[in-house]
Structure formats: C-alpha cells, structure tokens
Design a binder for this molecule. Structure first.
Ligand SMILES: NC(=O)c1ccc[n+]([C@@H]2O[C@H](COP(=O)([O-])OP(=O)(O)OC[C@H]3O[C@@H](n4cnc5c(N)ncnc54)[C@H](OP(=O)(O)O)[C@@H]3O)[C@@H](O)[C@H]2O)c1
Length: 354
C-alpha cells in the first residue's frame, strides 16, 4: 500500500475519532472509558474492513502485444482497470467522451507505466454518430482487438435523451455498447481468442424483464427502473453474444463490480449532500469498495485463463454467480438483440426532443 493510500485510509477513522472525542469532551464525558471505546471503534472500523476482505484478482498474466478498448475509463472502476492492464503491457485505448478528463487520466497512468501505449480516443456512447466515427478509425488504424471492456455507465439521471432520441440510461449503457460491440466484432474475431466484458450490476435483479412495450420509457419513466433495465440488458446482450459467437473464439462475460465509491451517483442529490457524506464517512469507508477493489472482477473476466473458453456467465467478487431469472431468459435475449439491431441501424427511430 502506498503512503498516500495508507494516509487516506487512516484519515476517515481519525476524523471520526476526533469528532467523537470533541463530542464527548463537550459533554464532560471524556473519561478513560470513552477514550477506550473510541479506540475500539476506530480499530474496529479498520478490522471490519480487513475482515470483509474484498476479493482480489491475483493472476499475473502479461498482455504485451495485446490491445484493449475500455469505455468510460477516465475515472472510477474503468480507470483502475485501464491502469492495471497498462501495467501488464497492453496497448490501452481509453474510449471516453470528455477528452480533457481522458488526457488527465492517461497521463496519470503514463506516470506509472511509462508507455506510449496508452491512447485517448473520443467516444460518446450517447451518440451513434460518435460510436461509428470511433469504430471507423479503430478498424482502419488498429491491427487487433483482444479485449473489449464495456464499462461506461450512467445511473439514475432524470429522463434525458441521447442524440438519437433514446432514453439516456438504456441508450448509453446498452444501445451504445451494443452498436460499439457489433462494429468491433470482426476485429475481435480476427484476434481470437478474444473477450468482451460487460460491466453490469446487481441492480439488474430489481426488474422483472425488459419492458419491450415501452422500450424507450415514453409511457412512464422511473430512474432506478431504467438503470436496472439497462443493466439487465447488459447481461442479456452477453447471453445472446455467446450464442451467436459460438466457435469463433470470442467469449463474453457480464459482471457486478460490487458497491464501489465512484462518481456513479452523480445524479443522486442525497449521495452528494456534504452533510450526509460527512455523517456516513465511516460507514462508507467500511462498506464501499474502492475503485481498485471494484475493478477486480472486471480484471478476472478479462484475464483469467481458466475462463478462456467459458462464455456467457455472470460474475461477482471474482466468482461465477447466478443472475436473476429474467437475466437467464434466452427468448428475451434474442428479442432484445433484434430490437437493438432495428434501433442501432435506424430502422426504428425516436423523437430527438421531449
Ligand atoms: N460504482 C458502483 O457501485 C457500481 C455498481 C454496479 C455497477 N457499476 C457499473 O460500473 C461501471 C463503471 O461505473 P463507475 O462506478 O466507475 O462510475 P463513474 O465513476 O461514474 O464512471 C463512469 C464512466 O462512464 C463514462 N460515461 C458516462 N456516460 C458516457 C457516455 N455517454 N459516453 C462515454 N462515456 C460515458 C463517464 O465519463 P464522464 O467522466 O465523462 O462522465 C465515466 O468515465 C458502470 O457501468 C456502472 O453501471 C458500478
């Protein structure tokens, strides 16, 4: 552990301890017993975190000569994934929508890896035009694609539309990645054995199936439901990819990264309230994974040699896990594929303003 991350870990319990000491002193209760209780609490916080012991991917695979595309990797889980894979020698294409943030993240990785193989490319998954432009250039200029990591995500935003008139969460998290994957498939097939990794979520269990009757949430919109639908769609996409790619040497994986302290709740007012953040700091420290811990299952899906021929499964904490029943529905996976083709090929269009 680096000094900086050690100090960061230390700061929360110390801060909490200080807060409690101040409180108890003010009440005239700062006896030797309360001090002991505080030490026990702070130590307990540390211990609880160590005991939870989040799963770590320990594989030592090297990726020299391999190319990886990671979407939305200027921050959060994607950034830690990119950093790890760059350290293994891969050529990393950081596919991000905000080039300033992407360049800043790439330079942090280059500081550690000292490599010219960390490259920023513009990709806005809420625009089919942007996805097509990214893939056109990638297919023209890159020799191979060994691992595609569909990581980018937006969660619980108010009802917003993509450039193509799609509800933002299903539009970005599923339809954007669907088009991206299809346009990169030939390169993946030519680079076999190759992998497609979809960062889904346990949130997929909160919905009973894809709402094909209102695929664009035009009749009703509920932000958590829309997120759950998009994460269910990620797993169904992997399921149908597996069926279609059988025998090609391209395998597909879906995963839940855990509950991770990232920028994902940026649209949830409560999660960004400074008072709530202050009061919940110790609990968040214990219960939330760090982005590095959150990246471990993605790394396992991208790298684990034992899973090279196993396609279409769902993973959590670096282990296979059974997804919800709706996520195992082969008919729904096929139907979603057909609808996704219609939409991404422009055979079915939506109004681009509300
Ligand atoms: N954090 C959790 O607890 C958790 C739990 C389960 C699943 N997940 C999944 O994990 C994945 C990574 O999320 P995270 O937690 O690391 O969140 P994050 O820190 O918010 O990172 C999300 C990334 O996606 C990018 N992105 C959003 N919309 C995009 C678009 N239209 N085009 C291109 N990139 C876009 C963001 O770019 P900008 O910086 O430009 O916005 C950012 O780089 C997501 O798929 C999420 O659903 C996270």
């Amino acid at each position: 552990m680096s000094l900086a991350s050690f100090l960061k870990k230390l700061s929360v319990p110390f801060f909490t301890g200080g807060f409690m000491i101040a409180g108890t002193s003010a009440l005239g209760l700062c006896t030797v017993y309360t001090d002991a209780a505080i030490i026990a609490l702070v130590g307990g916080g540390f211990l609880a975190r160590e005991l939870i012991g989040y799963a770590k991917y320990n594989g030592k695979e090297k990726l020299n000569g391999k190319t990886v595309v990671i979407t939305g990797c200027n921050t959060g889980i994607g950034f830690e994934t990119a950093k790890d894979l760059a350290q293994r020698g891969a050529r990393i294409i950081m596919a991000c929508r905000d080039m300033e943030r992407c360049e800043a993240a790439a330079s942090k990785i280059k500081d550690i890896v000292n490599s010219n193989n960390v490259i920023c490319k513009k990709l806005d998954l809420s625009s089919f035009e942007s996805i097509r432009a990214f893939c056109d250039e990638f297919n023209r200029t890159e020799a191979r694609l060994d691992i595609l990591i569909n990581n980018a995500g937006v969660m619980m935003c108010p009802r917003m539309l993509t450039k193509d008139g799609l509800e933002m969460q299903l539009g970005t998290n599923h339809f954007g990645h669907f088009l991206l994957t299809n346009l990169l498939l030939d390169k993946l097939k030519a680079s076999r054995p190759s992998r497609i990794v979809a960062v889904s979520s346990r949130a997929h269990t909160r919905t009973q199936g894809i709402n094909f009757d209102d695929i664009n949430s035009e009749k009703s919109y509920e932000k958590m439901t829309a997120y759950s639908q998009s994460k269910l769609a990620n797993i169904l996409h992997v399921k149908e990819l597996t069926r279609r790619l059988e025998g090609t040497g391209v395998t597909a994986y879906a995963l839940h990264p855990g509950v991770v302290a990232t920028e994902l709740p940026r649209h949830i007012a409560l999660a960004n309230n400074p008072i709530i953040l202050f009061l919940t700091a110790p609990l968040r420290y214990i219960l939330l994974k760090t982005p590095l811990e959150g990246a471990q299952t993605t790394l396992a899906c991208a790298l684990n040699p034992a899973w090279e021929t196993i396609s279409g499964k769902y993973y959590s904490d670096c282990k296979e896990k059974e997804p919800s029943l709706p996520a195992q529905d082969a008919e729904a996976a096929k139907r979603l594929w057909d609808v996704s083709v219609e939409i991404t090929e422009g055979k079915r269009t939506f109004k681009t303003s509300a």
